[in-house]
Design a protein. Structure first.
Length: 208
């Protein structure tokens, strides 16, 4: 993300001096990631919620101080707040899952899952993400989709970096398992292997 963040940071600085074309460039650089992240939180109403976030970003742009990576985290924080406000208005609280707060400095373990996720359509990838516990799904979205490092994602979520790395690692590991299970082109899963999405008859559920 280094080159991308350098371009983003330069565009932000120009936009802060009133360059409307630069702000449009900021939008183009960041909107796809923000929209995917918000869609992972609120579903089909993501475009409206993300539009609210961009209104706040534009209003408060002059208050931001930092580089491109910092702006990415700042914008993601605003988008998350607007998403949570939306969920509260809809009386739908975000689902939380217990996460043991170990500070293990685990590697991302994301190569297999990330490569597979990148080959999927956005709707398919989000459907898989929605099967994860909330903390794991959001950690994956922030680290893989938005591109935040563990420290920035941890500040946004109010967690420790080790906990965010752990959640992202576990989420990507579970996604990789689901993607491998779904790659059998309709064949029955082997022993100890979770069944992937199916379009045919339901498998025998006599054994979990």
């Amino acid at each position: 993300m280094g080159g991308h963040d350098a371009e983003l940071g330069a565009a932000v600085r120009q936009a802060q001096h009133g360059d409307e074309a630069a702000f449009a460039r900021v939008y183009r650089l960041l909107q796809p990631q923000l929209l995917t992240y918000v869609r992972g939180l609120v579903g089909d109403e993501a475009e409206d919620v993300t539009a609210e976030a961009w209104l706040e970003i534009a209003r408060d742009l002059g208050r931001f101080h930092g580089d491109g990576g910092g702006f990415r985290g700042w914008a993601a924080t605003i988008a998350r707040h607007r998403a949570l406000d939306h969920l509260r208005r809809q009386r739908r609280r975000p689902r939380t899952a217990a996460l043991d707060e170990d500070a293990l400095d685990l590697p991302d373990g994301r190569d297999t899952a990330l490569a597979a996720l990148e080959s999927l359509a956005t709707g398919e990838a989000l459907a898989l993400l929605h099967e994860l516990p909330r903390d794991q799904a959001e950690a994956v979205l922030l680290r893989v989709v938005v591109g935040l490092d563990a420290a920035a994602a941890a500040r946004l979520l109010g967690k420790r970096p080790g906990a965010v790395r752990t959640a992202a690692h576990r989420g990507l590991r579970r996604l990789a398992g689901r993607l491998r299970a779904g790659a059998g082109e309709g064949t029955e899963p082997g022993p100890g292997r979770a069944p992937g999405p199916r379009t045919g008859p339901e498998p025998d559920r006599g054994r979990e």
